[in-house]
Design a protein around this ligand. Sequence first.
Ligand code: F6P
Length: 360
Amino acid sequence: MKKIGIMTTGGDCSGLNSVINRIVVGANERGWNVIGIIDGTDGLCRKPANIIKLDRDVLPIENVRLAGSLLHNGNACMMNFEKASKMNRLAQFNKMLKTSLADLKLDALVLIGGNGSLSLSWKYRDIYSGLSLVCIPKTIDMDLPLTNKTIGFDTAVEQLTRYCDQLLLTARSHHRWFVVQTMGRDCGELALTAGVAAGADAILIPEIKFDTNELIRHIKSCERDYGVIMVSEGITLRGHSGRPADMISRKLTAAGIVNRAAFPDYIQRSGDTVATDRILAAKMANCALRAIENGETYVMTALDGNDCRTVSLAEFYAAGDVAKDPNIPELETSNAYVEPDNPLLDVAETMGIYIGEKRK
Ligand code: F6P
């Protein structure tokens, strides 16, 4: 009988509970024991480790749609790689994690994380040398290479779409535009996808240069005097500072376009998990359990077409654009961005949406 652990690391998103539930149910079907590690690395490095025994009653099916993580994601004061790096204690921290995992006597660990967590798992792979490490990619940013989808992305798109649906009603009443700022870090996938879904008239993403005069011309040429301009949090405007939506809003105001900036913020990471995220969770959980059965390690589950398969963390790391992590100087993360041949860019352009000037 196997004993496996699950932990959620990095920022939360909707769909984490769906994955946890599917892993637990699938593992119990196989007769395996499952423990959950609370608060990611913080729970793992405590003595004794902060864990709970998981079975299908701990996270009943009626609760798996809820956002957040049953296992929590930690907070800034807790122990994690970022804090260990700041304290100059990365080597000791790695050792603590390795010892703790050995004490737990796990056959496998399912680590549900974003590109930072997965890059860390590869960089400090020695921590997991005694077991089978299987990662499941989750993030609303969709900034991981080699997978067509990450857990939480579809729900974030749904949340943004519904948010814009509501804004459009007040926008129409006041003959006013809304500049909506999405999350996504340096990747514009969330803004692009939600912008198309919500019927935005312009979408600005970090990957494509834009010209504010062209944006203004485009908005003024619209038949309507209201609508949504979707702006990714990663865009910059030379000579300007502050929140991107505020910068664009000021430019529009100066050009006589009545508008407001709007910030959906963390509701993008919450909301009941949509069906497609739940299906993705089931596929990825199934793929992870099979990988454990097959004795695979240092792998990530990835959606390829409609199927889920595993790719090695080495491949994941080599496939992305390597960038310095702003919070952990020792780390370079593996990132994905909106590619110039992303089909949604063509769709947006064909629909008359302003998406910028030049695809990098
Ligand atoms: O990576 C997920 C994400 O939600 C980004 O889109 C956003 O920039 C960031 O996390 C916010 O992080 P925090 O929870 O630390 O404010």
